[in-house]
Design a protein around this ligand. Structure first.
Ligand code: XMP
Length: 508
């Protein structure tokens, strides 16, 4: 296994995931995990990667590294902030530089034998840093440079210490995958044996250890994550699992019926349907702040599950399909909070149920592979993600029955046209948003003063970054005409052309 030490970079888990994509098991741990604990992995530990981080090494309170880590006899790769820490710890010189480099850089490889083996002499890499290594530690060789940064990579090949001042884990770094593979297979001599089957076996074992003989309930949303979590737990505990689908009134058109039908057709796990529409809408009345909405939905979900668990004797655990992207965006100790995902940052402080989250360290596309391996039908595996707080975070401002109805109808038109155009699977997500404004229009020679509807469609690999989808004009035209003609209360349709970052996928 490869251990990734998390120094708080938004891409830290992406590193672990890229390693797993190369079929080597990898786990993310906090940067201050004691060195003795790391050493206790013994022979299983094949290498360590130090992640990037938001800090400058000279900032007060910036995460530090225990220099004893470098006494371990395993290969170590430092990425960005991780490279600077390595440089500093081993006697090099690091300084804050005036030229802050962000985004695309062209790097020139000076030595193509170690970590750059088999990659081009000139290559595009994604950088993001405000500090730079001015002198490598003794025994290290500079292996790459950019026109503005003379030391963008260094290595001590004998002791297997490598540093790169760019993000090999992001797709925009041309040779990123090859560089990581060189580290894994040449430096660490790891073997590519981590497969979906192994993930399942491992998860099932961990679930059994955690829940023992206790009864378990699983919050099912209809999406691939909670369904995959349910199937994993079912493998682990069989009849001790009951699934609960909570209709919170924030679902899309006909969604509740579809979810119940699809799950019942494809699995024999008992499923309870809870109609909690009134309860959620009452709590959301008058609330406009996005974080407040998220927290209300998060809390009400848990209270509803607790009530259901109260009906089942000895139920002490709640399964959630939480993914790593939910965890990182809700803020971890070392990463900034972007928004409180209902199942992480939106959870109440005191809960009667212990959480079981078998997918917590995986990204959506990894979950899809696991789900397919578990025998889930394609329709469920490839369902576009839908956020737990549902339409509450796609209605800007107050959520009420009238606005829900408008958004539902507009969204249904969009979904239908996207599917007809054969684009559903190409898009990470496609949906409508209802802003809290009105605009003037003219329909049938009369003035209208009604809502606009915003169309949002994005492509993405993992929701950490996303690009707005270039939907065909004729599709957009059809969607616009149909929404305005078919949905009372709407007189304008607009298209959101923002990527992530700087936007997020959802509007709230
Ligand atoms: P953002 O808007 O942060 O969304 O770019 C990233 C992905 O997460 C989904 N999302 C959520 N999923 N609970 C969820 O289960 C939430 O509270 C939540 N908020 C956002 C979003 O739809 C996108 O796929």
């Amino acid at each position: 296994m490869i251990l990734v030490l998390d120094f708080g970079g938004q891409y830290a888990q992406l590193i672990a995931r890229r390693v797993r994509e190369a079929r080597v098991f990898s786990e993310l741990v906090p940067y201050d995990t004691p060195v003795e604990k790391i050493a206790s992995y013994g022979e299983d530990l094949e290498g360590i990667i130090l992640s990037g981080g938001p800090n400058s090494v000279y900032e007060e309170g910036a995460p530090r590294i225990d220099p004893a880590l470098f006494d371990l006899e395993v290969p170590i790769l430092g990425i960005c902030y991780g490279m600077q820490l390595m440089g500093l710890a081993l006697g090099g010189e690091v300084e804050s530089v005036q030229i802050r480099e962000y985004g695309r850089s062209e790097i020139h490889v000076k030595d193509d034998k170690g970590i750059f083996a088999g990659t081009p002499e000139t290559q595009v890499a994604w950088t993001s840093h405000g500090d730079a290594v001015l002198a490598p530690p003794p025994g290290f060789e500079v292996t790459a440079e950019t026109p503005t940064v003379p030391i963008i990579a260094f290595e001590d090949r004998e002791r297997h210490r490598y540093g790169i001042q760019f993000h090999a884990e992001v797709k925009h770094t041309e040779s990123g995958e090859d560089i990581l593979k060189n580290f894994l297979f040449e430096a660490c001599e790891a073997r590519p044996e981590w497969t979906p089957v192994n993930i399942i076996t491992d998860a099932v074992e961990k679930i059994r250890d955690q829940v023992g003989e206790s009864k378990v309930i699983c919050g099912l949303s209809g999406g691939v994550d909670s369904a995959a979590a349910a199937l994993l737990v079912h493998r682990a505990v069989g009849d001790n699992l009951t699934c609960v689908f909570v209709d919170h009134g924030l679902l899309r058109q006909n969604e509740a019926d579809q979810v119940m039908e699809t799950f019942q057709e494809n699995s024999d796990v008992p499923l309870i349907h809870v109609d909690a529409r009134g309860r959620f809408l009452d709590k959301l009345a008058g609330v406009t702040d996005p974080e407040a909405k998220r927290k209300i939905v998060g809390e009400e979900f848990i209270r509803t599950f607790e009530e259901e668990a109260g009906q089942i004797q000895d139920a002490g655990f709640l399964v959630q399909g939480t993914l790593y992207s939910d965890v990182i965006e809700s803020g971890t100790r070392d990463a900034a909070k972007i928004k409180s995902h209902h199942n992480v940052g939106g959870l109440p402080e005191v809960m009667d149920l212990d959480l079981v989250e078998p997918l917590r360290s995986l990204f959506k596309d990894e979950v899809r592979v696991v789900a397919a391996e578990l025998g889930m039908p394609e329709r469920m595996v490839w369902r576009q993600p839908f956020p737990g707080p549902g339409l509450a975070i796609r209605i800007i401002g107050e959520v009420n029955a009238e606005r829900l109805e408008i958004l539902r109808r507009a969204d249904a038109v969009l979904q239908e046209e996207i599917r007809t155009a054969g684009l559903y699977r190409d898009l990470w997500q496609s949906f409508a948003v209802l802003p809290a404004i009105h605009s003037v229009g003219v329909m049938g020679d009369a003035r209208t003063y009604a809502y606009p509807v915003m169309i949002r469609a994005v492509t993405s690999d993992d929701a950490m970054t996303a690009d707005w989808a270039r939907l065909p004009y004729d599709l957009l035209e059809k969607v616009s005409n149909r929404i305005i003609n078919e949905v009372p209360g709407v007189n304008r349709v607009a298209l959101d052309i923002t990527s992530k970052p700087p936007g997020t996928i959802e509007w709230e």
